[in-house]
Design a binder for this molecule. Structure first.
Ligand code: 5GP
Ligand code: ZN
Length: 394
């Protein structure tokens, strides 16, 4: 392993995304550190076999292109509240809990207590949904390429995608694979050859709301009050080397409240959600703040999208203090999509205009992780008021 230090000015608002995004530049990068104070350099630890000169060139040109295609921006905080001070448990203590089973990179299983707590957190989201009259939907965890192309996700966030395939209907190929696995000594020898598999046509969903738009393809929603849908389930994002703890998983659980209607109706609901969700977390005993934000960039087009999101105040995130490098964790986001998805799925309001859409997305595992570090690794020890709110039994 060797360390490469690249002198380059990185504006403050891009430092975190550069530090996390650089992993997608090359598989030989195993750690990255941007000098967060001054932003005058990035240090990367790389595998010995890497060619430092060409790697430096790749990283440098990626960073330069990223800076060139984004406008400078200062995040605004629209809400902030205090609460419980400091952390009760370290992330190591949380990860050491007998209730958490690491099942591979970015994959976790929870035991009964944490599963009950997670379910109870979802229950709070359900109550919020009921409060705004949301209708529940059941959606698949897989999405077709055709669908995600229509959402423009493939172009904007290819680095996060996970592709799904299967064997061709071909006895020879299937049987050969079975034999390959029977003879395999280690799991690596069970990787299927692409000869026998179909070309990729599906992906694992990276968020919940995309399927909702597809359910309304060519449909109409009320103009007066938005139609509100809610759904939840596992979402998948390939986070490369950033997947090191509970706060960033490959397979994580999301709950979404999705609004479709007039621009004003969708915006009003977002304001209401920001207020209600902030209140909810405060009552759970979690301090936090709501700040303007943007989706993570990597490819050139997505940097422009991020800039647009920030300039237009399209994305806000609710952050809770957290013992990670950033010092906080985004546990929910409040998003406006303007008429982007509705125009792609021909969704109109009943007065004939192209609808607007927006969503509130909760990272259920992240809310759980925040509770664990703020109130203790064992939910039995959480404050009575939080347990009561979650309706966890005494
Ligand atoms: P967004 O669509 O705004 O990126 O994500 C919605 C919410 O999902 C985030 O606010 C966050 O709480 C959660 N989330 C996003 N990425 C991850 C991840 O990698 N791991 C976990 N545990 N939650 C995530
Ligand atoms: Zn969404």
């Amino acid at each position: 392993m060797k360390t490469l230090r690249i002198e380059v000015e990185i504006p403050e608002d891009l430092r975190r995304d550069v530090e996390q995004g650089v992993y997608y530049c090359s598989g030989s990068i195993v750690a990255s550190r941007v000098d967060r104070e001054r932003g005058s350099s990035i240090e990367i630890d790389v595998l010995d076999e890497a060619d430092p000169a060409s790697l430096e060139q790749t990283v440098r040109s990626w960073i330069e292109q990223t800076i060139r295609s984004s406008l400078r921006y200062e995040a605004t905080t629209v809400r902030e509240w205090g609460g419980h001070d400091g952390f009760v448990a370290t992330t190591e203590e949380v990860l050491g809990s007998p209730e958490i089973h690491g099942l591979g990179e970015g994959l976790v299983a929870y035991g009964p207590k944490l599963t009950r707590a997670l379910r109870a957190i979802r229950g709070l989201c359900e109550s919020l949904s009921e409060g705004v009259g949301a209708d529940p939907f059941t959606l698949p965890a897989v999405a077709t390429l055709e669908h995600m192309h229509r959402c423009d996700y493939l172009r904007q966030f290819p680095q996060l995608l996970s592709f799904v395939t299967h064997f061709r209907e071909d006895f020879g190929a299937i049987d050969a694979y079975s034999l390959q696995c029977r003879n395999a000594q280690v799991a690596d020898e069970c990787v299927p050859s692409t000869d026998g598999t179909r070309p990729v046509k599906r992906v694992l969903r990276p968020a919940i709301c995309y399927h909702v738009y597809a359910c309304f393809d060519g449909g109409t929603v009320p103009g007066k009050r938005p139609f509100i849908a809610c759904a939840h389930g596992d979402c998948f994002r390939y986070e490369s080397r950033n997947t090191t703890s509970l706060d960033r998983l490959f397979d994580f659980r999301m709950y979404e409240i999705v609004a479709m209607g007039s621009e004003a109706g969708v915006r009003d609901l977002r304001e209401r959600m920001i207020e209600e969700v902030s209140g909810l977390l405060e009552r759970l005993g979690l301090p936090g703040r709501v700040k303007s934000s943007n989706d993570p960039f990597f490819v050139s087009g997505s940097v422009m999208m991020s800039t647009f999101q920030r300039a237009q105040d399209l994305k806000y995130e609710l952050e809770v203090p957290f013992p990670n490098r950033e010092g906080h964790l985004a546990v929910a986001s409040f998003n406006l999509h303007q008429d982007f998805f509705a125009s792609r799925f021909a969704i109109r309001t009943d007065d004939g205009a192209v609808a607007h859409t927006g969503c509130t997305a909760f990272g259920l595992d992240r809310i759980l992780a925040a509770m664990l570090v703020h109130h203790g690794a064992d939910p039995d020890g959480w404050p009575a008021s939080s347990r009561e709110m979650l309706r966890l039994p005494d």
